[in-house]
Design a protein around this ligand. Structure first.
Ligand code: NAP
Length: 276
């Protein structure tokens, strides 16, 4: 029998997940169907329950429900605990297990697809929302020299570092929360934009000389060239958008559900071709 999966979000019509999972299923000969489900803001739990009662095997969760998903599952894996958010649920043995695959998706894209090593490097992480929570520990597992976290609302960056220092077993001194205005004169090897500023054509003010030679500027937003990407390109950085992260986090969800690893590079190429 065909197994059913879905992505639940609001909005969700733009989601590339059905296309990505259909391609993974085709490649790996898995008999699944994957749909997108629009969910009213106050109906997340009921929507998940309905899908599960209808025989669904698992769901991906996107904005704005990732924290609510974290609250309703019976089990959380370590990355979901760290992230305070769940983007993948597996229905199994009468239980709901919650995972967060965003961070591993980012790390795989940076290391495997973009061939950029993280160990020993100085990282600037912009933003302190759900995406920043999701990626911080997987980044730290790669042993960068230091991760500076900057956010428009400094207090949220401070809360993020406090959360990880308290719960995530983060080595003292490996992360710090700072305001954007404090970055003058510093250089970073990898700059990750985990803000949603690019979606509205904005970017935080950044110093012109912040990119170390050969630096990678990574914007988690995809499907558009953001002001941050333009800025980084103009100042000599190698630039990447978040499409690879999207496909890699989906691949990890697929692996959790199906125990088979799809070929992500093929799907990234396919999606870029479709966009172009
Ligand atoms: P979120 O929880 O709403 O957080 C948004 C963050 O952006 C906050 O830190 C916010 O700062 C900052 N921000 C928004 N507008 C800004 C501006 N004009 N200037 C400076 N900072 C600004 O969102 P999220 O879940 O973390 O997602 C962030 C982005 O990552 C989204 O664009 C999302 O699409 C993308 N994302 C991509 C993937 C992928 O697979 N590629 C996965 C997850 C997320 P304040 O705290 O000051 O409001």
């Amino acid at each position: 029998m065909t197994d059913s999966y879905a992505v639940i979000g609001n909005p969700v019509a733009h989601s590339k997940s059905p296309q990505i999972h259909a391609e993974f299923a085709r490649q790996t000969a898995q008999d699944i169907v994957y749909t997108a489900i629009f969910c009213e803001i106050d109906a997340f739990q009921a929507t998940v329950a309905r899908f599960r009662e209808a025989g669904g095997k698992g769901v991906n969760v996107t904005l704005p429900f990732k924290h609510e998903a974290w609250n309703i599952v019976n089990h959380l894996d370590r990355r979901a605990i760290d992230a305070n958010a769940v983007n993948t649920i597996e229905f199994k043995d009468g239980q709901m297990a919650g995972y967060n695959t965003d961070g591993i998706g980012l790390v795989r894209d940076i290391k495997d697809n973009l061939q950029c090593f993280i160990k020993g490097r100085r990282i600037l992480l912009m933003g302190a929302g759900g995406a920043a929570y999701g990626v911080l520990n997987p980044l730290l597992e790669e042993q960068p020299e230091h991760v500076v976290i900057v956010n428009r609302t400094l207090e949220k960056a401070q809360q993020l570092t406090a959360h990880f220092e308290k719960n995530g077993g983060v080595a003292t001194g490996s992360i710090s929360a700072r305001p954007y205005g404090s970055l003058g004169g510093e250089r970073f090897d990898i700059v990750i934009n985990a803000t949603s500023a690019g979606l509205v054509g904005a970017m935080p003010a950044l110093p012109n000389d912040m990119f170390a030679p050969g630096a990678l500027a990574y914007d988690m937003v995809y499907g558009t060239t953001t002001p941050f990407m333009q800025f980084a390109q103009a100042h000599g950085a190698k630039v990447a958008d978040g499409l690879g992260m999207l496909v890699e986090q989906a691949a990890e969800s697929f692996y959790i559900w199906r125990k088979v690893r799809p070929q992500t590079a093929l799907v990234i190429t396919l999606l870029r071709g479709a966009a172009g």
